[in-house]
Design a protein around this ligand. Sequence first.
Ligand code: ATP
Ligand code: MG
Length: 312
Amino acid sequence: MSKYALEIKSLNHTFGSYPILNDIDLQVLPGQIVAMVGPSGCGKSTLLKAILGTHPPTSGEILTDGLPVQGPNRNVGIVYQNYALYDFLTAEQNVSFGLKLDETSFLMRVLAIRKYLAKRKEHQAKAADFLHRVGLGNACGKYPNEMSGGMKQRVAVAQAFIMRPKIVLLDEPFGALDEAMREDLQIMLLKFYQENLLAKKEGRVPQYTILMVTHELNEAIYVADRVIGLSRFHTDGDRGATIVYDRPCPVFSPEDPRDFSKFIEQRDELRKAVFDDKYIKDRDKYVTFWKELSSLANNVAAIESAQPTDTE
Ligand SMILES: Nc1ncnc2c1ncn2[C@@H]1O[C@H](COP(=O)(O)OP(=O)(O)OP(=O)(O)O)[C@@H](O)[C@H]1O
Ligand SMILES: [Mg+2]
């Protein structure tokens, strides 16, 4: 297993002669939730498509768990803003569908029905478990037209994670949801992070590694443990967008109050560095995540020690 869930090395992308992405370098550790922000049209979705393997970059290299991305593959999952579920399948069938395609076949159904049924049972149990983890334990039998937008996005998230990818890409996943649902789904991500911390403590590989694009700066800092910002402004746009911001951010647990005043300074810094063309030309000024990594570890340790115990 590689040290990194995702590695991007010297990635450039152009559409025709128009430069979009310029010299992107990024390493993501297993179990990180990384939020990506940047002005509309700067290339965030283009970068996600390159990582997904559907749109190879013009130059550079992308590795997931140490293996080069050469097309869509099992290591990477994605959830879009409006993920289309199969209308004729229940939540549980939608979630287990990928496993079914992967691990069973028509021939198996005809020639080895017992094996097929055993597999089906296993897939159903896994799907039910994942639906439970995303807060839909009671909705396994519901069809998409019986679910709210927030429920459908949860199904889509479960669908992506059940395939055990090394990283899941979320492209503005909660953009179409109303505020209350958006908050619920943010809490879901905080719960994933807690599961990751527990896994690490117990020496297991954390299950949820996420790179999430969002337009909401509060959301970025609230749900992630690290924020990166993409911007074309470092060279007035003539070479494309690069990473101009990469810093750890405060870690919240699901029980914490949604107190955004805790990170107001960081949000201002992020907004100026990434969205204000007058503010920054020094592209590396805020690309300090690896230097600051120990502060993130302290941050996580403080959160863990502040968790309420059963006796409290
Ligand atoms: N297939 C394509 N052919 C040519 N240009 C494209 C193509 N896809 C995207 N672009 C251009 O590349 C640039 C980056 O697009 P992209 O969708 O990656 O931006 P984005 O940061 O995700 O924007 P948004 O925040 O609005 O979703 C835009 O200028 C867009 O017009
Ligand atoms: Mg986009």
